[in-house]
Design a protein around this ligand. Structure first.
Ligand code: NAI
Length: 455
């Protein structure tokens, strides 16, 4: 368990701790109860992967990816050695022409699955199916989607499967694809499972993997507690100077977070009409620049639609989406937000799958995803990116209020059989913020342990 100076604790839930050792483990095994793994989280000093990486696939793409992994000082294998334990399998499938070509590489992956270490990683690198593709090519490419999502559901012991999609003309070893690969291989993606990242442009060669945000100034809204506080801490750990924003009523907690990470605090209700301008003023006057905006602040006012009132509906829309649209307009209109600009919004799986009693919240979060996709071209024109992270069940004050039985069911309903931590959402956001992710835009990445509900 980690305790932060503001008292926020990050720990495995009690059930996961109980079944992870001794009597609890034996009992769970005998009764056939879920046995969630203790997930490997990112630790800057620790190895990227625990064990050798098997790189499979035909063509130049797999050779190029193997070369990058060697440059990262990984123990690379091009063929499986029977009984050798593996830390990861990377399958390069960037030249698929027909679904029949999936058989050989996937059966080879299948044969190696029994030799995976705990918390191992499977990562595919392929191309998205496009309406302009020949039907056989589109069928093969889309097949990878089904494979990754199914394999993710078969893996155990904290292992995950995710995929990278290369847009037309983007090579398998392009910097943006390799930044995505590094994210998926590392403990940064502990709670990301069965998901895809799309590399739409070449991107930039990474500088410092440990302090990728050195020299950047980031603003995080809703940073006084929960996921926002974790995002502020994670961006600061990665080298950014952070402006922590929250409502005046949360001022004490906000100051504690900002002091802890040597950032600055800005007390501000983000629904204020001039919120964007005030953030820019603070950033430029105190820190001389603004590079990264994280729209995290959000509220829920749950009611079945039949019982919904205007106050509940309107406040959720105002905080969760209307404020972001208005602030983005101010940022885009400013000459001070450019170059490597990054906007990252926190959405929710409720906005993807829907949720009973959350029509207002789901409208706002689905709205966030729509906004992100159409803001991407506007920022791309000035070399920036915009992405969203959609958390599933995350252990925070918000979810601690859910009645016990509902909460216990909700946190087990994913492939990793546990709730995520605020830090898991923060790691995905920090990935999108990196200069090396310059070619990764308009993505919505779910951090949900592969929720069984929805996609
Ligand atoms: P939280 O309620 O613990 O923290 C939200 C923070 O936002 C609070 O500090 C609050 O004061 C601040 N805030 C609210 N309205 C504001 C305003 N008008 N101006 C400035 N700050 C404001 O919530 P939590 O759990 O940390 O959630 C953070 C984000 O993640 C939200 O957008 C939420 O919708 C989203 N999310 C959370 C999930 C979870 O399981 N906890 C799941 C999916 C999404």
């Amino acid at each position: 368990m980690t305790t932060h100076s503001n008292g926020a604790r990050e720990k495995a839930d009690k059930y996961t701790e109980f079944v992870s050792r001794g009597f609890g483990r034996d009992l769970a095994k005998r009764l056939g109860l879920p046995q969630p793994a203790i997930l490997r989280r990112y630790n800057p000093g620790a190895p990227l992967i625990e064990g050798p990486v098997l790189v499979m696939g035909q063509g130049a793409g797999s050779d190029d990816v193997a070369k990058v992994l060697l440059d990262w000082h990984q123990d690379v294998r091009r063929h499986a050695t029977p009984k050798e334990k593996l830390g990861a399998i990377v399958v390069v499938l960037d030249e698929l022409g027909h679904p029949e070509q999936l058989s050989a590489p996937m059966l080879a992956v299948g044969a190696a699955l029994r030799d995976l270490n705990k918390n191992a990683r499977i990562v595919t690198i392929s191309r998205p199916a496009l309406p302009s593709d020949a039907p056989a090519i589109a069928a093969a490419r889309n097949g990878v989607d089904g494979i990754v999502r199914s394999v993710a559901k078969e893996l155990r012991a904290g292992a995950t499967a995710n995929g990278i999609l290369l847009a037309n003309g983007i090579a398998a070893d392009s910097p943006s694809a390799m930044a995505s690969l590094r994210f998926f291989l590392s403990g940064r993606s502990a709670f990301v499972d069965g998901q895809f990242l799309t590399a739409s442009a070449v991107g930039e060669v990474a500088g410092d993997w440990d302090k990728p945000l050195n020299g950047c100034v980031a603003v995080v809204t809703g940073a006084a507690r929960g996921i926002g506080a974790a995002i502020a801490r994670t961006l600061a750990r990665d080298g950014a100077t952070v402006i922590a924003v929250d409502v005046p009523a949360a001022g004490d907690h906000l100051a504690a977070v900002a002091n802890d990470i040597h950032g600055t605090a800005l007390q501000l209700d983000i629904t204020a009409p001039d919120a964007g301008e005030r953030i820019l003023d603070h950033a430029i006057s105190r820190h001389g620049r603004l590079d990264i905006v994280v729209h995290n602040a959000g509220i829920t006012r749950d009611k079945l639609l039949a019982n919904m009132d205007a106050a509940k509906w309107d406040s959720v829309i105002a905080v969760n989406i209307a404020s972001q649209l208005r602030m983005n307009e101010a940022f885009l209109a400013s000459g001070d937000f450019g170059g490597n600009a990054r906007i990252i919004s926190v959405a929710s799986t409720s906005g993807i799958a829907g949720n009973r009693g959350q029509s207002n919240y789901a409208a706002s979060k689905a709205g966030v995803m729509g906004m992100v996709r159409s803001t991407a071209p506007l920022l791309e024109a000035r070399g920036g990116t915009v992405n969203a992270v959609a958390p599933g069940f995350i252990e925070t004050d918000m979810t601690a209020k859910i009645p016990f039985a509902t909460r216990e069911v909700a946190r087990r309903l994913n492939s990793l059989q546990q709730g995520g931590r605020p830090g898991d959402v923060a790691e995905a956001i920090a990935f999108f913020a990196q200069p090396a992710a310059a070619g990764v835009t308009a993505n919505v990445l779910r951090v949900c342990g592969q929720n069984l509900v929805g996609q």
